[in-house]
Design a protein around this ligand. Structure first.
Ligand code: PLP
Length: 417
């Protein structure tokens, strides 16, 4: 049995008071809080090591290298990768997707399928290269609650499709795409699938062998880990076939100048993609984050969040002036609910009200278009109006949801009565 109350004690931010008010944190879909274990891992590197891990060979460098190797192994094990060479450290999901857009081989006229539910980071990297690489971008539409009809993928794919890039769990509707079915369709056509796991990885068990995803992109800052570090998972044979993306020190086996020409020989993945001195503390901290998630168990996290998400949606929908975005059946979403309130033109006003002082608490949510402008337009909401979004994680409880509900009822009274 997981002691969810005790878990809260691991998060120092929750013990803070700001202007004498307690923190009710409901913005984890943007950025999760960090447990002491992750903070300790970061501090360990900066306090005891601070050295280069990979280039130098002295004792501090060796220990740094060992901890980095351990961290990569922890990530690989956590997502059931076949080996550690399939994990490439990047800064975040955005960089991972840019890496694929730039480094995957495409032939002229090939097609990329993506969707209207993507985070901007899921579509812009492909849009940016499509002219240069002579590619066509096709969009499959989710319905207004963020659900896909698998037939739309079947109708859109063809023998020219090189890649389907899809947001696995949406940061706006909380819906999870039928990834395994999409992958089956893609593979039948010889196409590859990149899963944007920014919102899936923190909340559910990622198993790349079970899903058979070709690539997954993850940001560790949403999964209890440090900022500025994430990873790209890729099947080893695909990574080996790919071009480099960022190049420079640490990516090469050798460089020669021959007859006035620069002739580099690149290393095998993952090093071929990890240019320049890396975020050692971030990697080590990411290993600690995965240890922490594994100590709770992803299945336990999913089950707990399922209950809390339902309570969150019901609490919001009990207020008649609130209109929730996404499916009405809470079992079709996870971890977050975006919403609008009648007579509030800009949802930032909801977030500001909640953060001001509600019964001695500062309730923190996100408001805006969550980098999903195309989906907001799709449901008839202008990005400047946006949606307010409450999202939960391992440290949230029913009290947090009740405080949010009470505060929104008060706001409703102010605005709508
Ligand atoms: C679904 C999804 N994809 C991609 C991203 C981009 O993540 P990052 O900014 O960490 O690169 C986010 C961030 O909110 C997201 O929610």
């Amino acid at each position: 049995m997981v002691n969810w109350t005790q878990i809260r004690d691991d998060f120092p931010t929750l013990k803070r008071k700001i202007d004498d008010k307690s923190i009710v944190y409901l913005d984890s879909a943007c950025n999760s809080l960090k447990p002491q274990q992750v903070i300790d891992a970061l501090c360990y590197y900066y306090t005891n090591l601070g050295a280069c891990g990979g280039r130098s060979i002295h004792s501090l460098a060796r220990e740094t290298t060992e901890l980095r190797d351990d961290a990569r192994e922890k990530i690989a094990k956590h997502i059931n990768a076949r080996n550690t060479n399939e994990i490439i450290w990047v800064r975040n999901t955005t960089e991972a997707i840019n890496l694929i857009a730039n480094a995957l081989h495409f032939e002229k006229g090939q097609e990329i399928i993506t969707t209207n539910l993507e985070h901007h980071s899921g579509v812009l990297p492909f849009h940016k290269v499509m002219g240069r690489k002579n590619l066509k971008l096709k969009i499959v539409e989710a319905d207004k609650s963020g659900l896909f009809d698998i037939e739309d993928f079947e109708k859109t794919i063809n023998k020219n499709t090189r890649l389907i890039s899809i947001v696995h769990t949406s940061n706006t509707t909380g819906t999870t795409a039928p990834l395994e079915e999409i992958i089956k369709i893609a593979h039948d056509y010889g196409a590859l699938v990149l899963s944007d796991d920014a919102q899936y990885f923190p909340h559910k068990k990622t198993d790349v062998q079970k899903s058979d995803a070709d690539f997954c992109a993850v940001s560790m800052h949403k999964a209890l880990g440090p900022s500025g570090i994430g990873f790209l998972y890729g099947k080893e044979h695909l990574l080996k076939e790919m071009d480099s993306f960022l190049v420079g020190g640490d990516t090469i086996e050798d460089v020669k100048y021959i007859d006035g020409k620069v002739v580099p020989t690149y290393l095998e993945p993952p090093h071929k993609f990890e240019a320049g001195l890396q975020n050692y503390a971030g990697e080590i901290g990411s290993g600690a984050a995965v240890d922490y998630l594994d100590s709770i168990g992803m299945e336990n996290i999913e089950a707990r969040e399922h209950i809390l998400t339902e309570k969150l949606q019901k609490a919001l929908e009990s207020i008649s002036s609130i209109n929730t975005i996404g499916p009405k059946d809470p079992s079709q979403r996870s971890g977050l609910v975006a919403f609008q309130m009648k007579n509030i033109e800009t949802t930032g006003d909801i977030a500001n009200y909640l953060d001001s002082d509600v019964e001695g608490n500062k309730i923190m949510i996100r408001a805006g278009a969550h980098c999903t402008n195309p989906f907001h337009y799709h449901i008839g909401i202008t990005p400047s109006t946006g949606t307010a979004r409450a999202s939960i994680y391992v440290y949230n409880n029913e009290d947090d949801i009740k405080l949010l509900k009470d505060a929104l009822e008060d706001l409703d009274k102010i605005v709508n009565s």
